[in-house]
Design a binder for this molecule. Structure first.
Ligand code: HEC
Length: 120
């Protein structure tokens, strides 16, 4: 089994590139909070596009693996938090819905690359 797991990691590494093999690590408390916020507040657009927006919300998986955000801005925590504060295009602002601490948690979760992991 160990070999299979390692093989899985190697494959994940090759496809995911930079993040390294962290798929078996548990989320930190902050990341878990971010995961919850993401599932409640972001996923319906960014995973399902349930509002059928013409500009399809970009996938946020592996967001920080690239040097730029989908729109070309630098992929930094500050830039993502700016988008959350001000909104962007059809994306609403979260300034009144989320505290700075919650935004930090979402960003921490985005840094995991959004691993498939059941909600804790
Ligand atoms: C109502 C749908 C909707 C919701 C909810 C939503 N987004 Fe978005 N998001 C979008 C759309 C549409 C874009 C593309 C905006 C554009 O470029 O015009 C976007 C873009 C982004 C981008 C890329 C910005 C860039 O500069 O390229 C990030 C990062 C992002 N969203 C994060 C989030 C996070 C985190 C949440 C949850 C807290 C969230 N979004 C919730 C619709 C949504």
């Amino acid at each position: 089994m160990e070999t299979v797991r390692r093989l899985g990691c190697a494959v994940a590494l090759m496809t995911a590139g930079i993040m390294g093999c962290r798929s078996t690590q548990k989320l930190t408390d902050q990341q878990a909070e971010g995961q919850h916020l993401y599932n409640v507040g972001c996923a319906h657009c960014h995973e399902q596009n349930d509002l059928h927006l013409k500009k399809v919300p970009p996938s946020l998986h592996g967001l920080f693996n690239r040097s730029t955000l989908p729109d070309g801005e630098p992929a930094t925590d500050a830039e993502v938090e700016r988008v959350l504060m001000s909104g962007k295009g059809m994306m609403p602002s979260f300034a009144y819905q989320m505290s700075k601490q919650q935004m930090d948690a979402v960003v921490a979760y985005l840094h995991t690359g959004l691993r498939d992991q059941p909600e804790q």
